[in-house]
Write a protein that binds this ligand. Sequence first.
Ligand code: HEC
Ligand code: HEC
Ligand code: HEC
Ligand code: HEC
Ligand code: HEC
Ligand code: HEC
Ligand code: HEC
Ligand code: HEC
Ligand code: HEC
Length: 421
Amino acid sequence: MKSIKSSIAFLLAGFLIVAFGDTGLAKDECLNCHQELEDELQTPALKIKNDIHFQKGLTCADCHGGDPTSDDPDISMSRAKGFRGVPSHQTVPQFCARCHSDANFMKTYNPRLPVDQYQKYKTSIHGQKIVKGDEKVANCVSCHSVHEIMPANNPKSSIYPVNLPQTCAKCHADEEYMKEYGIPTDQFSKFSVSVHGKALLEKKDIGAPACNDCHGNHGATPPGIGSISNVCEQCHVVMGELFSKSPHKPAFQEMDLPQCETCHSNHDIIPPNDDMIGVTEQSICMECHAEDEENDGYKVAAQMRMRIDSLRVRYEKAKKLLEEAEEKGMEVSDARFDLKDVYSALVATRSDIHSFSLPVVLETSNSGLELADKTMEKGKQALEEYNFRRLGLGISTLIITLLIIALYMKIKAIEREQKTS
Ligand code: HEC
Ligand code: HEC
Ligand code: HEC
Ligand code: HEC
Ligand code: HEC
Ligand code: HEC
Ligand code: HEC
Ligand code: HEC
Ligand code: HEC
């Protein structure tokens, strides 16, 4: 009895191995055959091992249709078996959306994955133009690659933040490719040297925005943003809040100017510096407030710059004094702490200019200026104490020397006395 049971089990196991291969999965004749082919017929079968779909158990046939159990190409790739072939540039979005817009299907794999990519894509310039037959705009595989599609958190992925700018640049930095559209092709080159580009591409700081953080992954603009001109405040929250309450908010709105770009640009944002504010030639304020010296904007620009300058100058003076004292071995760690707060006040003042309100800037800078004065005082005191100690040391050395000389003379005198007696 026992032996019959075990031979049935043995036969069943054998059947399973024959039917589904040694992996336990259904045999994939598409993959088997294509692995043995050449060039673009073979490449998909080689690349697919890195593809998220393959790793999650999806096969060639899940995307292309057909019958993966038959090794006869006339059967496996027959339309009768649902073979879809290769989608055209224009139909790729629907090809991917068949699954990615199907919430019920996607839930069985990953309930947290959004299913709105196609919906959003349709609202982007890419999506709007593709339906009109534009063959050059990006479709899903232009950004995601094909047969080696990976999630965004995989550092090898074409959409990993550090790699993404290059993915967009494939088209957007190609002058020849973009010629017919008449839009600039300098976004990547400008971005690469901007504060954001350097942080992302050189320092690999993925907190800095890649193209998609401002432009959205699939839609024209990222979620929660009415217009791309509001995108900066998603990360620069404090500046955004200050700007919203500033007189520039309504003024720029009326002139139809973007809120941050107007002064900082979008792709080639440089590290800001104090020359950008004030009434000198380099100041951006002068682009709008130059003509009239009675204009409040002009006056405020001048005063804000003066405040920043005096805070910076006093910070530097205090820093120098403390360094000098430290070199001479004086203990000034307490004042060093205050100096840090002075620096914070300088940073806060530079940020508070975005209120474009003089009282706000005066308040922030005042606390810094007072503390700078105190710190300088502490530095001066340390140096005075050093000088006093040095003077003291000099005097005591002199006294000791005199004493030694006196002692010496005394000894000599005693010796002389002894000799004569
Ligand atoms: C026994 C070999 C073999 C099997 C099995 C096979 N293919 Fe192919 N496949 C080929 C060859 C050869 C070509 C190129 C000639 C042609 O288009 O018929 C091809 C072409 C293709 C193409 C390109 C078609 C086009 O229109 O350009 C796709 C996509 C494809 N196969 C997918 C699949 C899928 C999916 C399966 C499994 C359901 C599969 N193949 C099974 C050999 C095979
Ligand atoms: C996630 C869906 C997906 C999977 C899985 C997939 N493909 Fe494709 N495949 C596509 C898309 C989309 C295209 C069209 C690419 C384009 O327009 O550049 C394509 C194109 C092709 C082509 C045409 C040549 C080329 O590279 O453009 C072949 C052949 C092919 N696939 C075979 C396969 C084989 C074999 C497998 C399994 C090893 C497979 N594909 C798995 C989506 C898929
Ligand atoms: C047969 C259904 C199907 C098709 C067709 C399909 N996908 Fe997928 N896709 C999936 C499933 C299932 C996953 C895995 C989700 C998971 O488990 O995280 C996935 C994962 C992905 C991921 C990774 C998501 C993440 O961040 O984890 C990307 C990107 C992706 N697909 C893009 C595409 C693109 C682009 C196409 C068209 C070329 C496509 N898919 C076609 C079913 C499909
Ligand atoms: C212009 C480039 C671009 C196009 C076109 C594009 N994607 Fe994406 N996609 C991205 C980027 C970038 C991300 C990753 C964002 C991130 O860092 O999380 C992404 C993320 C995804 C994800 C992961 C889940 C999510 O929404 O974050 C899926 C799935 C996906 N895309 C599918 C598609 C499909 C399907 C299409 C076509 C309808 C498509 N994508 C078109 C750039 C693109
Ligand atoms: C396959 C090539 C290709 C890729 C890859 C691509 N784009 Fe595009 N993009 C285009 C084309 C072509 C247009 C249409 C230009 C036009 O009509 O002005 C366009 C339009 C745009 C526009 C609208 C420009 C305007 O007219 O104001 C933006 C923004 C944009 N793309 C951003 C991106 C971003 C961000 C990425 C990467 C995540 C990207 N694109 C990837 C080809 C591409
Ligand atoms: C810090 C945010 C930000 C980043 C990062 C960014 N952009 Fe932009 N981009 C903008 C803004 C804002 C505009 C102007 C949109 C408007 O005024 O309608 C713009 C405009 C564009 C345009 C329209 C043509 C033009 O030059 O004015 C394209 C195309 C574009 N960006 C592509 C890219 C690409 C590609 C990258 C990555 C290399 C990128 N952008 C990175 C914010 C950004
Ligand atoms: C995804 C988040 C994000 C978005 C969106 C973003 N930034 Fe940034 N920004 C950063 C990070 C992170 C840094 C710091 C980079 C570094 O390490 O220097 C930065 C740095 C800056 C700096 C330099 C600050 C300094 O002290 O040197 C300026 C100016 C700036 N961003 C302006 C903008 C503007 C204008 C926009 C919109 C067009 C914008 N940012 C959109 C994250 C963002
Ligand atoms: C009217 C012009 C103007 C506008 C509008 C403007 N800024 Fe600035 N921003 C400046 C100036 C000037 C500085 C440099 C201040 C300094 O360093 O003395 C600066 C500095 C910065 C800095 C660096 C601050 C630091 O800590 O050194 C960031 C970040 C920044 N701006 C972001 C933004 C954001 C985000 C917006 C939109 C909400 C914005 N700016 C709007 C003029 C402007
Ligand atoms: C793109 C043009 C533009 C730029 C650049 C600009 N402003 Fe303005 N500013 C305006 C407009 C328009 C108003 C509202 C009308 C007015 O009062 O002149 C305004 C108003 C002001 C006000 C309020 C004046 C009042 O009447 O109470 C201040 C303060 C101000 N700006 C400061 C600055 C400073 C500082 C800078 C440089 C960092 C600057 N602005 C850069 C256009 C600009």
